[in-house]
Design a protein around this ligand. Structure first.
Ligand SMILES: Cc1cc2nc3c(=O)[nH]c(=O)nc-3n(C[C@H](O)[C@H](O)[C@H](O)COP(=O)(O)O)c2cc1C
Length: 168
């Protein structure tokens, strides 16, 4: 039991983050364009499928990020599911002070949201709803187009580090 850690409200937020980090995820880059046509995007692993009929999915966006406001205000956004070779893009879109869309290859989706070239899957969405989720916004999108490639391995994230599949 020496390795068992415990968090309770008021305790060390790092312990809560570490507990949440026990849930292995994929990695996405969520993108949109604002009213002046400027592209925005950030790395997100809080992506979850919500509903098949209607087709809904969600991401949780930290309110202090610069991308959160344009994303919750945009009528359309896109979710790019990354493959292992896109680890540099994941780092770029999670780091402040660089030219994210200058350093990454992308093309425009049907409603203008940037689609990163080589992504494993791409979901182009209309904004369906935005809910308050504490220090995050819960952005729910309705899928208007989904495309994916069979073959490449997904980029994974677990306990604060990038991982890849190794189980057959
Ligand atoms: C693997 C990974 C997953 C992340 N997931 C989220 C997430 O789900 N929601 C979020 O708001 N930020 C997430 N982040 C952090 C943002 O990508 C990071 O804060 C980014 O710099 C925000 O950019 P901005 O302030 O320019 O919008 C994640 C970062 C990494 C590396």
């Amino acid at each position: 039991m020496a390795n068992l850690h415990e968090y309770r409200p008021g305790g060390d937020p790092r312990t809560l983050r570490d507990a949440l980090g026990c849930f292995a995820t994929g990695v996405t880059v969520v993108t949109c364009r604002d009213g002046e046509d400027v592209p925005h995007g950030l790395t997100v692993n809080s992506f979850t499928s919500v509903s098949l009929d209607p087709p809904l999915l969600l991401v949780c966006l930290a309110k202090p990020t610069t991308s959160a406001k344009p994303l919750v205000e945009a009528e359309h956004f896109a979710i790019n599911v990354l493959q292992t070779e896109q680890r540099p893009a994941s780092i770029t879109f999670a780091t402040r002070g660089n030219d994210r869309f200058g350093e990454t290859q992308w093309e425009e989706g049907e409603h203008g949201a940037p689609l990163l070239t080589g992504s494993l899957a791409m979901f182009e969405c209309d904004r369906h709803a935005v809910h308050d989720g504490g220090d995050h916004w819960i952005l729910i999108g309705e899928v208007k187009r989904a495309r994916f490639e069979k073959g490449p391995d997904p980029l994974l994230y677990y306990q604060g580090r990038y991982r890849r599949l190794h189980f057959d």
